[in-house]
Structure formats: C-alpha cells, structure tokens
Design a protein. Structure first.
Length: 322
C-alpha cells in the first residue's frame, strides 16, 4: 500500500492496482502482513482515519493507530482527579457496568425473536440482570463491582451456548479463539475497541487511565471501560451475521497454534457486514417507552455519544462532592 496525493494505492501481484481516496475512508483494517509505506500512516493520521492492525496468528496484541492525543487538558485533569479518588472512581466504574447491563436488552431481543431459546432461560437471565442492577450501588470496591459484572458475563455466555450449539460454542475463550463464534466475537470486539479508542482520543481523554479497568503497563484502560458498554452490540451483530450469512465448513479454518479463524473467502462478507453496521447500528440501550422503536444511528455517532456522556458523568461525579 502506498500513498499518492490524496489517495491510497493498493497493489497486488498479478492484479491491476486499486486506488481509494482518503477522504472516503472512515476506518482502515489491516489483516495479515502487507507492505505499507510509512507515508500511508502519516496521511491517515492527518486525515483523522483510525487504523486497526489485526493479529492473524493470535500470538500478539492487536494494534491501533491514529492521531496523537488532543490538547484538552482540563478534561484530562478532571479524569485524573476522579480516578485518584476511590469513591469517584467507583462511581464511574459502576456507571460503565450499569450501561453494560442495560445493553443486554439488544441481543436478548435477538435471541427471543430469531433463535429458539427457551423463554424461561431468557427470563431467568433478565431477572439476574435486574437483581445485579440493584446490587451495584452497594458495591464497595472495584473488585466487588468486577465480580458482579463477571457473574453476569458468565451467565450471558452460558445463555449464548444454548442458542449456538451447532457452532460448538460452549462459552467464551480467546487468545486464541477455539470455535467459530469465539473467532467472530474476538475480531468484532477488536474492531469495536478501535471505534471506541478513536472517540476517546478525539474527545481528549487520557486513554491509559481507566476506572473499571486498573492501570497496567502497555494497556489503554479507558477504551476497555467503554468497550464494556458495547460488547452486547457486538454480540447482537455476531448473532445476526450468523443467522443471515451462508456459511459452511470452509468458512473457517482451525490450527492448534492460531485457533479458529475466518477463511480468506469469508472475510470480505464479514467486513462488509461490519461496514454496514457502522452506517446503520441499533442503539444499544432500550428506549424508555417499551413500545417505541429502538432506533438506529451510525456507529461513530453512538460511540461518540457514549464517550461524551462519560464526560458528563465525570462532571456530575465531581460536582456531587462540591
């Protein structure tokens, strides 16, 4: 891949070169190990186009590239003040978990309408979510909050296992994923993390400093906090894609070291579906009026809105003490 004035030029052996205007791009996903000139990265960063470098073999972390941090120092100072206060940190972390629990309504609706999942199982999970929401205000530490979130996540994947037995899905596994569903979840979570990270940087947050996810060398914790609120959106996307895509044994491949991966012939369909989701994404939280339509927006709009709402939560959290 090369950069030429205003366009990216993609060259493959024995194929005519293709060009794509940078102004038409919203996101670049690099799969495999192509040769990319350094001018490409500068051009993408200048244009504000984020890039996700997907690890093929499951042995390295995925990489996210984009422009540098914004210069919104007041916001980052507010973020650091809230993270340095145990009470405020817990309040913001609880907000992230609360949003995640509410967002399960989206894929639950998909399981109810499109999959033959026992109604009693669905209702049991809904009750568990409702009970956990009541427990969030009583959580006294990040560990106890994470424990509540972890219990719900385990129950959710157990519920998914009842809906997807034909794919050999028995629960969440990763690094590397061992079955088609986990392969799709891992890839889609990575793409969603790229969306969230871009929004975090655009608004000017410090990505390294999170609330629910603690500091860890080399990890950007804040995007992981916000990713939790969009995992159910990814789950809904995967459930829908599996339902409406013609797949067979050749759609995936399995190797012991790399785990389960999408085949080369199937990847274009997956990325096309993701591109469609970016333009027409269901909102991840149920409307206040039960009879109202969920509503759709572009994925960047929804993600940016959630990141902007986090800024308001920080301001509210600090103002409560004052």
């Amino acid at each position: 891949m090369r950069y030429q004035t205003g366009v990216l030029r993609i060259e493959r052996p024995d194929e005519p070169a293709k060009t794509v205007p940078i102004q038409m791009l919203e996101q670049v996903v690099v799969y495999g190990n192509p040769l990319i000139e350094s001018t490409v990265w500068r051009a993408l960063a200048t244009a504000g186009v984020p890039a996700v470098l997907v690890d093929v073999r499951g042995k390295q972390q995925h990489a996210f590239l984009g422009a540098g941090l914004a210069t919104t120092l007041p916001l980052r100072r507010l973020q650091h003040r809230c993270a340095d206060d145990a009470g405020k940190q817990l309040a913001v972390a609880a907000y992230c978990v609360q949003q995640k629990l509410h967002s399960y309504a989206l894929p639950l609706n998909t399981l109810e309408t499109d999959y033959a999942v026992d109604a009693a199982r669905l209702e049991s999970f809904r009750q568990q979510v409702a009970q956990t929401l009541l427990k969030l205000p009583q959580a006294t530490s990040i560990n106890s909050l994470s424990g509540l979130e972890g219990q719900i996540a385990a129950a959710w994947f157990a519920l998914l296992a009842t809906a997807l037995p034909q794919w050999g899905f028995k629960g969440r596994n990763r690094q590397p994923p061992r079955d088609p569903v986990n392969a799709l979840l891992s890839l889609a979570y990575t793409l969603m993390l790229g969306e969230v990270r871009h929004a975090v940087l655009q608004l000017g947050f410090d990505p390294a400093l999170g609330f629910l996810h603690q500091d860890y060398p080399g990890r950007e914790s804040l995007p992981l906090d916000l990713l939790e609120t969009f995992r159910a959106t990814v789950d809904h996307f995967v459930l829908t894609w599996l339902l409406h895509t013609r797949l067979d044994q050749g759609s995936f491949y399995y190797r012991e070291a790399e785990g389960c991966r999408l085949s080369k012939t199937t990847r274009p369909a997956f990325y096309a579906a993701w591109a469609s989701l970016r333009q027409h994404c269901p909102r991840p939280f149920a409307p206040s009026d039960a009879a109202a339509d969920w509503g759709y927006a572009t994925l960047p709009e929804i993600v940016n809105g959630q990141v902007m709402h986090l800024r308001e939560i920080l301001k509210q959290t600090e103002s409560v003490e004052k």
